[in-house]
Design a protein around this ligand. Structure first.
Ligand code: OOG
Ligand code: NI
Length: 460
């Protein structure tokens, strides 16, 4: 029997999720259209960049590209979520501790790994596990754990297909279609809560995020994020399209050579929810679902990342973005001043070992006969080998915290003692998370070796 590739299942799932979210949250559709227009304008205005993206086979993925986020409540849910995403070729990459930023979760990102899979479809899901251990009220903690223990967030059909995919190494065409439909159910918005309005209020008082996870039958997808080539333009154009963005863009400032990830979001919608009341239902509301856009730049090496973290921390000592946007201009100015210390041209970023790049032969390299392959840098300098930034595929904890906070409301600021616990997270997940740096380094090394092999073959 022929099995459908995991990449194909992921592409179909990502498209199905996008259609569902467009339906449920119309502002997401508006944002998608706006991002499409801005991306088309950027490419039209910069034919060199368009040609570079086309040559690297990266042009096709941009308009298809998105990430989403969910929050699960128990170790068992996280464990099965890992198995579900594995059917679509998505592995847990990275560990993010959000407790430090006042959000009682820790997280990973499920995403494809490897160049070919990323080019096919880079869909990612930022997945957080609620940490009830950080909630002070022991009684409430036990009640919340009890509610979570009773829910089943996966359909029986989905669970059976995960088992089947694991046993048979993949799914047939018919099973893959069923899997996409069944898996989608887990991420759907549930307008009927699992709890009474009183319980919801108690959970909400402990932390809005606790209410968001515990009160519902499943981990509704809380945002989907298209990738834009010019986040400042989209941010500027959002209000004219009836969308109010958060005050500041998270991440590095505007640069000629984008690094890592810049993100901005629009505020969560207030949605009607039916809460349990006696034998019936009482209508209330909940805010959880929002929209976000992102612009991705070069993946940084540990050294580049350390410089990024330092410059961001220094900036935030000077100005911390206020939730209401009061000091937005001051923050942006401080950020720009701080990041003047981060080189803003590709050659310098590469030479100083701050970013990861892929290498390929130029036309001159393809035509060269008898190049000396012992000195790699000389081949770059002679123009036989070119370099292109590797796109950062992961997330940033400070930015993620900013995105969480902007959707928790201004009164929600709360502090927890920073308590990263990667070991606990990995035990719950049932697997170790992959190290993002090792993965980018491997892509870079493979491209270097491929260039050298091609040049040596020509010499013989
Ligand atoms: C996830 C927030 C993090 C991002 O893009 O950094 C995130 C959440 O609110 O559940 O999606
Ligand atoms: Ni996000």
């Amino acid at each position: 029997m022929t099995l459908v590739s995991a990449d194909v299942i992921r592409s179909r799932f990502s498209a199905a999720m996008s259609a569902m979210y467009r339906d449920e949250v119309p502002a997401y559709g508006t944002l998608m259209d706006l991002v499409g227009q801005v991306n088309a304008a950027v490419l039209a205005a910069d034919p060199t960049e368009a040609a570079r993206l086309a040559a690297n086979d990266d042009l096709g993925r941009i308009s298809e590209e998105r990430h989403g986020a969910i929050r699960v409540g128990t170790a068992a849910e996280l464990f099965t979520m890992r198995r579900l995403f594995a059917v679509m070729g998505m592995q847990p990459v990275g560990y993010y501790d959000l407790s430090e930023a006042g959000v009682p979760v820790h997280s990973t990102a499920f995403r494809p790994v490897g160049e070919a899979a990323l080019k096919r479809n880079p869909f990612r899901v930022f997945t957080s596990l609620l940490r009830l251990d950080l909630i002070g009220d022991a009684g409430l903690r036990a009640e919340a754990a009890g509610i979570l223990a009773e829910r089943q967030i996966f359909t029986p059909g989905c669970l059976a297909l995960i088992d089947k995919a694991e046993a048979e190494g993949g799914l047939s065409e018919a099973d893959a279609s069923r899997f996409v439909a069944e898996a989608l159910e887990t991420f759907r918005w549930q307008p009927r809560a699992n709890v009474s309005v009183e319980m919801y209020a108690r959970l909400h008082d402990a932390h809005r995020l606790v209410a968001d996870v515990v009160s519902f039958k499943g981990p509704h997808i809380n945002h989907l994020t298209p990738r834009t080539l010019d986040i400042d333009a989209v941010q500027r154009l959002m209000p004219a399209h009836g969308i109010t963005p958060k005050a500041v863009v998270e991440g590095p400032p505007t640069r000629r050579c984008p690094i890592l990830l810049r993100q901005t979001s629009f505020k969560a919608l207030q949605e009607a929810v039916d809460f349990r009341q006696g034998d019936g239902w009482a209508t209330g509301s909940h805010t959880a679902r929002f929209g976000e856009i992102e612009q991705r730049g070069v993946a940084l090496t540990p050294r580049g990342r350390a410089l990024y973290d330092k410059l961001l921390a220094d900036t935030r000592k000077v100005a911390r973005p206020a939730a209401d946007g009061a000091n937005a201009a001051e923050y942006v100015a401080a950020l720009e001043a701080g990041f003047a210390a981060f080189p803003d041209d590709w050659a310098a970023i590469r030479q100083q070992g701050l970013g990861y790049f892929t290498y390929s032969l130029t036309d001159a390299g393809l035509a060269a006969e008898g190049a000396d392959t012992r000195d790699f840098e000389a081949l770059v300098a002679r123009g036989l080998i070119r370099f292109d930034p590797i796109v950062y595929e992961d997330f940033l904890p400070v930015s993620a915290a900013g995105i969480f906070q902007s959707n928790l409301g201004d009164g929600a600021a709360q502090t927890f003692v920073a308590s990263p616990n990667q070991q606990r997270f990995e035990t719950d997940l049932g697997a170790a998370v992959l190290d993002e740096f090792a993965h980018y380094a491997a892509i870079e090394t493979a491209s270097r070796q491929a260039c050298l092999r091609a040049l040596s073959a020509r010499r013989a």
